[in-house]
Write a protein that binds this ligand. Structure first.
Ligand SMILES: Nc1ncnc2c1ncn2[C@@H]1O[C@H](COP(=O)(O)OP(=O)(O)O)[C@@H](O)[C@H]1O
Ligand SMILES: [Mg+2]
Length: 205
């Protein structure tokens, strides 16, 4: 089991966002967190990614009690195993594409980066600044980073929102491919087309 939660719940300023949620998420699984706006999709995703702390219950990651990890352990997890594809952060606008993929090199020495850029449809663009990319291209760059770091868990928050049809399909297929290659992919979304491609959905109300 990659992620296991036991009766997790969160309260923010006295308001219950969700409670008693027990989940098992495996390798290769692509899971949609669905529900209306304000139902707690982003909050649950953040809890599963250890960005927000739960108020109750326990989160196990790779059989370790991750909900008890200290900052150093969490940072290590974010660095080594997790990738976040979130709309409003993650992309470093004033760095080039290569740097945004590798997070430490402006010029790639191996062919690996170029191969990944090809996979996400950004071939030949490694030296362009991220700021000039379109929304769809930035999302694809986020996926490229997840592939580069060989993330075992990929968290995506509304990854297809505000994308055109073509970019939506590209992102859906890329995320599916990541899960087929071994990652657990957890996606907060209200895109029904994306949900149909997922293995299952967790519906919040
Ligand atoms: N930091 C916060 N402080 C107060 N309320 C919050 C905070 N984060 C989320 N909420 C509330 O939690 C609920 C769920 O939010 P969210 O997880 O963003 O929902 P969704 O992603 O499904 O739209 C909303 O009512 C929101 O206002
Ligand atoms: Mg949200």
């Amino acid at each position: 089991m990659v992620i296991q939660t036991k009766n997790i719940g969160i309260e923010i300023s006295g308001k219950k966002i969700f409670s008693n949620m027990s989940l098992n998420i495996n390798r290769n699984e692509m899971i949609a967190i669905t529900g209306p706006s304000g139902s707690g999709k982003t909050t649950l995703l953040n809890c599963l990614g250890l960005i927000q702390s739960v108020s109750n219950g326990e989160i196990m990651i790779e059989n370790q009690k991750a909900s008890n990890w200290n900052e150093k352990e969490k940072t290590n997890f974010w660095k080594k195993s997790a990738a976040f594809i979130y709309q409003d952060y993650g992309i470093i606008e004033d760095e080039n594409v290569c740097y945004n993929v590798t997070l430490n090199k402006r010029q790639a020495k191996s062919k690996f980066v170029e191969e990944i850029l090809q996979t996400v449809g950004l071939e030949g663009r490694s030296q362009e600044m991220a700021a000039v990319l379109s929304g769809g291209e930035k999302q694809r760059l986020g996926v490229a980073r997840a592939i580069f770091k060989k993330a075992t868990i990929i968290y995506a928050d509304e990854p297809t929102a505000s994308l055109d049809k073509n970019n939506r399909e590209i992102i859906i297929n890329l995320l599916r491919k990541c899960s087929q290659n071994g990652a657990s992919v957890i996606i907060a979304t209200h895109d029904e087309r994306l949900v149909t491609v997922c293995d299952r959905r967790i519906d919040l109300v």
